[in-house]
Write a protein that binds this ligand. Sequence first.
Ligand code: HPA
Length: 271
Amino acid sequence: MKETITQVAEQIKSKIGDRQPKIGIILGSGLGGMAETIENPVVIPYEEIEGFPRSTVSGHAGRLVVGKLNGVDVLCMQGRVHFYEGHSPAALALVIRAYKKLGIEKLILTNASGSLNVDMGPGSLMIISDHINLSGCNPLIGPNDETVGPRFPDMTYAYDAELRAKLLETAEKEGINMRSGVYLMTSGPNFETPAEIRMFRILGADAVGMSTVSETLCGVHCGMKVVGVSVITNYGAGMVSNKQTHAETIAQANEAGKKLQRILTRFVKEI
Ligand code: HPA
């Protein structure tokens, strides 16, 4: 990777003027609509940032939107980048580290995911309490820069307890039910087999998806506070009789995403 963390951060900085967001938000599949509610935005397509990976998935716009959400400065990634698109672990790490360099202290991660839990159906919102990395990838692999973070970062408290409690409280104030659970990441891009889903349930996971964990690892490594939410769009393969489709993921995410939008709009003001 030619561009350094500093070079990427400086390119973004030069475009956002005097805005100084401390909160970063990454919007998952079908959840990009929230970026449209950001006021006075500076919109930066990823391709205008030298060294930034491109988003290639439908349902992921591929741009940074920096502005005010409910009066609070935020940097919002409308469309994330995934391992399954062929991006290197280093490319994913670069993005998060550039945000840190820009001054982002808190990272709000959202995703669409499949439920592994029979009583958490499509449309549910799950606060990620912990994760299992079964992606086969880790963005922290490679030489470690101690000025960014430690070689062996602790993941005991990967998802910040205070932020999680505050998020739950915010949802309650909005009258919306949220669950907590363990998120398991696969590399994708295929949906799982029923046998894999049975295994993941035995392993103690509540939701499965193809993202987020990599961003959490990088965020925690460089000292950010991380909070994550899964929008449950379907049951895991084999738990019900229908097949898995990306179209269904997007449709369900759009619906439940509206609830999540209400919660997060309020949440950014409370943290
Ligand atoms: N599996 C993996 N990723 C997903 C799913 C799923 O069932 N639903 C939405 N993203």
